[in-house]
Design a protein around this ligand. Structure first.
Ligand code: EPS
Length: 371
């Protein structure tokens, strides 16, 4: 049995839904903890008007009884509060008459799925694409990831994230210990472990807002307490770094993934990169962790560190050049409303995706039907 999940739901549809499989029977499921993760995903300086409408909370429909997993699929749903404003536009029923304001989208945003998706699925209303391409879907992932985190916590494994760069600030990626990341205040505006850098980031967001622009950045996700031996060197699809890269890259707007110091390591000598091996009489250990906790696609007992590089959001208040797909005439790309940046949210989503990959690896290695 694998730990796996699937989601459904459109951004302005009635709800997001997800099914999680592979949760061992008897695992306590803390719904408040799931809601706390959902709350964390909604935070971050630079979010737009939509986050003022939504207060994401989960409803569990199956697979949990009296607070404990049954071992059966866990179905969950998160309501889209904004749906009340979109009932006719997003109705699943065929309508007798067109909505007064059909909110048709015909001016694709460069960088978004709008145009490529519209061409692939042969639609004249790009809303058919953008509704599912929207990062709203990540709320469902975070709920599934919160369950994975609860499974990992039963084995003493914890996952945290932080923002290490936003736009061009600071110049170099922030390097922080687990303890420094753990002591970021819950109300930190950007989930950043360096208060000065955070102020620079906030100023950059304010400037981008004034300019009608958007910003990307870099997040780092760290897992602590992992056993040696998750993943395997034996086959390409079992290499844990490959699985993690896929999971992190699948997050909306993430365009590059780095394990440990992978990017900088490519330009260094071997003697400056590889983490030398010591033994303290009880365990093997290292004094550095440039490999980010993975060697040969296998966890080596060090902290697992992965970075995700996020491009700027593609919905700009000062729109880029585009073409109307109906008239083929030059026009501004569509804009309704948008976040200036969602980098802190990407960190929370990265935690969820890493938790899901690791929960699956734990199942693979240790198996078992019940707690
Ligand atoms: C998104 C556009 C915005 C974001 C949304 C992702 O939504 P709206 O079009 O309703 O203003 O706020 O993110 C979320 C709704 C969320 O929950 O994170 C997009 O086009 O990707």
């Amino acid at each position: 049995m694998f730990f796996k999940f699937t989601t459904a739901g459109e951004s302005h549809g009635k709800a997001l839904v997800a099914i999680v499989e592979g949760v061992p029977a008897g695992l306590p499921i803390d719904i408040a903890a799931i809601n706390h993760e959902l709350w964390r995903r909604q935070q971050g300086y630079g979010r737009g008007g939509r986050m003022k409408i939504e207060t994401d909370t989960v409803e569990i429909l199956s697979g949990v009884r009296h607070g404990k997993a049954l071992g059966s699929p866990i179905a969950l749903t998160i309501e889209n509060k904004d749906f009340v404003h979109w009932q006719d536009v997003m109705s699943s029923e065929e309508l007798d008459e067109q909505p007064k304001n059909p909110r048709l989208v015909t001016r694709p945003r460069p960088g978004h799925a709008d145009l490529a998706g519209g061409q692939k699925y042969q639609t004249r209303d790009l809303r058919d694409i953008l509704e599912r391409a929207s990062a709203r879907e990540t709320a469902a992932r975070v709920a599934c990831g919160a369950i994975a985190k609860q499974l990992l916590a039963a084995f003493g494994i914890e996952i945290k994230s932080h923002v290490v760069k936003l736009g061009t600030h600071p110049e170099h990626l922030l390097e922080k210990t687990w303890e420094e990341i753990a002591s970021i205040p819950k109300d930190s505006p950007l989930n950043c472990a360096d208060a000065d850098a955070e102020q620079e980031m906030i100023a950059a967001i304010d400037k981008a807002k004034t300019d009608g622009d958007t910003l990307g950045g870099v997040i780092e996700v760290v897992a602590k307490g992992l056993p040696v031996g998750l993943g395997s060197h034996t086959s390409w699809e079992d290499k844990l770094d490959g699985r993690i890269a896929r999971a992190i890259m699948s997050i909306h707007a993430i365009k590059a993934v780095e394990i440990g110091d992978g990017v900088a390591n490519a330009g260094r000598r071997g003697s400056e990169v590889h983490d030398e091996i010591f033994h303290n009489g009880e365990t093997f250990n290292r004094s550095t962790n440039r490999a980010g906790g993975l060697e040969g696609g296998i966890t080596n007992g060090e902290e697992l560190r992965v970075r995700g590089y996020m491009k700027p959001i593609s919905t700009l208040r000062k729109p880029l050049h585009s073409v109307d797909i109906d008239t083929k005439e030059a026009s501004d790309a569509a804009f309704e409303r948008s976040d200036i940046t969602a980098v802190p949210a990407a960190g929370v989503i990265g935690e969820a995706m890493l938790a899901i990959v690791l929960a699956n690896s734990m199942r693979e290695k240790f198996g078992g039907d019940s707690r």
